[in-house]
Design a protein around this ligand. Sequence first.
Ligand code: TRP
Length: 375
Amino acid sequence: MREDFVVTPYKVSGEVDYDVLVERFGTKKIDAGLLKRIEKYGPLHPMLRRGIFYSHRDMDWILNEYDKGNRFSLYTGRGPSGPIHLGHLMPWAFTKYLQDTFKVKLWFQLTDDEKFMFYDQLTLDETKKWGYENALDIIALGFDPKLTNIFLDTEFIKTMYPTAIRAAKKITFSTIKAVFGFDNSNNIGSIFFTSIQTVPCFLESMEQGRKVPCLIPCGIDQDPHFRITRDIAEGLGYYKPALIHAKLMPSLTGGDKMSTSQKADNTIFTTDDKKTVKRKTANAFTGGRVSIEEQRKLGGNPEVCSVHAYHTYFFEPDDEKLVKLYDDCKSGKMMCGECKGILFEKIWKFLESHQERRAKAKDRLDDFFIRDCEK
Ligand code: TRP
């Protein structure tokens, strides 16, 4: 077992072993029984069938309550520090599937405060600007405006602040150090911040004036925040939030989570043009052999291939077609160039219409945004 990796909301390093992570974090793996149960509400999302959303806390409880007529609300978020890439869209597309399947309300938090406090080079105006930019991508995914509230922390703080300080009073500095790996050099805003990420778990309860279950779809790197939330929720008079966790999408150049900060062609942004997408897919890291002859003879290695990962995570929803891609690679029948070509076509087809919807979203911001102050 590989143990020497780190996953926190603020640091992902080493090669992540997702089974080890479940044990470390104390979450549960999504098993066949739970999948079967979720399938009762509608066809299983490919990310569930393929174990990309693979871990959870209290999903069974969420469904028990739902069956009793006690609907949950969804909560997810984004730290607006730069442009959106395909890896970001993945859990949000899954969130939309949950909204469509269960017809439930979604609270979408944009943490302009967080990214301002954690990134030296970013001003508050910039993180706010990114928040509005990023919201276009969120809206473009097709969330139901009647069931979706998007907000920037700095524009919704009046509503959140009383609950944030009630939460903060129950969280010690030593907990923060242990959970996030912070030390005395961290600024005090970053130490306080988790209480702001806690509040949206309770927004639906606050609005309705009764306890409402909350389900958080997110990358598993965000789980530490909500471990803290779960410890204090009942003391604040709310249910513990439930979670459903995704693995982190690998980068196009190999390695784990895609990052916006690296300069190389390791991410595809939602605003990339056709030529750029083509170049990035052409340069992607694969499990190919050194020569065509070798690959025909020995076959490729889809397990380590970022192109295959992209087919799996997002772009080939049909299981049979995915198996064929895998088999044709393994057997040496299909070369990497062809496989990259197939991926490029699919990504571009998706992005072309995403970009149209994104442009239209500019006129729809007011259908989604909530504020408790001036813009
Ligand atoms: N902290 C997250 C980030 O940096 C943003 C976020 C806020 C979030 N609330 C969330 C992510 C809830 C998942 C679920 O990206």
